[in-house]
Design a protein around this ligand. Structure first.
Ligand SMILES: NC(=O)c1ccc[n+]([C@@H]2O[C@H](COP(=O)([O-])OP(=O)(O)OC[C@H]3O[C@@H](n4cnc5c(N)ncnc54)[C@H](OP(=O)(O)O)[C@@H]3O)[C@@H](O)[C@H]2O)c1
Length: 325
């Protein structure tokens, strides 16, 4: 049993981290503002603080490990990393595979590959990755071999606030002609939040230092679709070439979730996770993640294409043959 501090801990990944830490029998303390799901985890200790301005609740306390789940700005990561430097053993920082400068070849996304620089960031996506990369450096410089940097790819599963993975189980449950983007053999990749949470807790407590991609194995898009099928619901997949969809202005990744086809992104769904697997990362079956996705509440602010738009695109690129006599 270890004393584990979770910075955040009540929304999505942090929630899974807290659940995993409690299930493993650790003594868990959460620090957050108390605005997101404050009723969760009565069995944990709750400290209140704002990571941008007030961490006084951490004073005079010590933990074997901290898991910093959701820092996006270097100054925020720095504030807690400095405040905890003499008070914790291992510092686990949750980053992202979006730190990589390139995504065209699998080797561009190995843990030692180049990361984005703030001064080169051209859009919000790159700014997110570049800021996370600076956060990583802040933690590594302060903690050295007491630092663990986890870089997840797309996260799916219980309480996912985004409509990315969840789009597919939902769409297949509706049935009819379903637009498949690109080719059925294109790769998709994700990790279940519960597997990620368990690995982060294990790495924190066992002091697994270093940088780790945290991803599931790539699978064919068609295999994900098969796992999303609902018995008794007739769904016909109609695959439309990526260049046609891009030409029609369909947005990758959020518009048609999990689909990436742009120039320079050929390996985005083929990130190598073998380093983390060698330290014990275990991933569950896609069926379990699909089941959890089905239980998530509807996403009110989904950016995924509507059924109407999908049917228009199908009509444009793969019209149903009329049955003449
Ligand atoms: N989703 C993906 O596919 C994906 C992929 C790769 C990486 N990631 C990374 O995974 C992480 C996901 O984080 P999450 O949102 O799921 O974490 P979470 O820990 O479940 O939720 C965020 C927590 O931060 C707390 N918080 C927010 N602002 C705060 C502040 N100013 N001071 C103190 N506490 C504050 C919130 O509680 P209060 O509101 O009560 O303060 C909440 O407990 C991020 O680091 C993201 O970059 C995500």
């Amino acid at each position: 049993m270890a004393r584990v501090l979770v910075l955040g801990g009540t929304k999505f990944l942090g929630r899974a981290v807290t659940e995993a830490a409690l299930a493993a029998g650790h003594e868990v303390t959460l620090l957050n503002r108390g605005t997101t799901n404050p009723e969760l985890f009565p069995e944990a200790e709750h400290l209140r603080g704002d990571r941008t301005s007030d961490l006084s609740a951490l004073e005079g306390r010590e933990w074997e490990a901290v898991i910093d789940v959701a820092a996006y700005l270097p100054e925020v990561a720095q504030f807690s990393a400095v405040a905890l430097c003499d008070r914790v053993g291992q510092y686990v920082f949750v980053s992202t595979v979006s730190v990589y400068a390139e995504h065209d070849r699998p080797e561009d996304q190995l843990e030692e590959a180049a990361v984005l620089r703030l001064e080169d960031a051209k859009d919000e996506g790159e700014l997110y990755g570049a800021r996370k990369a600076v956060c990583e450096t802040v933690v590594q410089e302060l903690y050295g071999d007491r630092a663990t940097i986890g870089r997840p790819g797309l996260i799916a599963g219980p309480h996912d606030p985004t409509d990315r993975f969840d789009y597919w189980p939902r769409r297949l449950a509706v049935g009819g002609r379903v637009l498949g983007p690109g080719s059925p053999r294109d790769p998709v990749q994700f990790i279940d939040v519960r597997d990620l949470g368990a690995w982060l807790v294990g790495a924190a407590v066992d002091r697994v230092a270093g940088v780790f991609n945290l991803v599931g194995a790539p699978m064919h898009f068609a295999d994900l679709i098969e796992a999303c099928r609902v018995p008794g619901v007739d769904a016909e997949m109609v695959w439309v070439r990526s260049d046609l969809l891009i030409g029609a202005g369909v947005e990758e990744w959020m518009g048609i979730p999990l689909w990436i086809a742009s120039e320079g992104w050929r390996a985005a769904n083929r990130v190598d996770g073998s380093r983390a697997i060698a330290t014990g990362l275990q991933v569950r079956t896609v069926a379990e993640t699909v089941e959890a996705a089905r239980a998530n509440p509807p996403h009110e602010s989904s950016q995924a294409i509507s059924l109407e738009r999908e049917q228009q695109l199908l009509q444009q690129f793969a019209p149903k043959p009329s049955r003449g006599v």
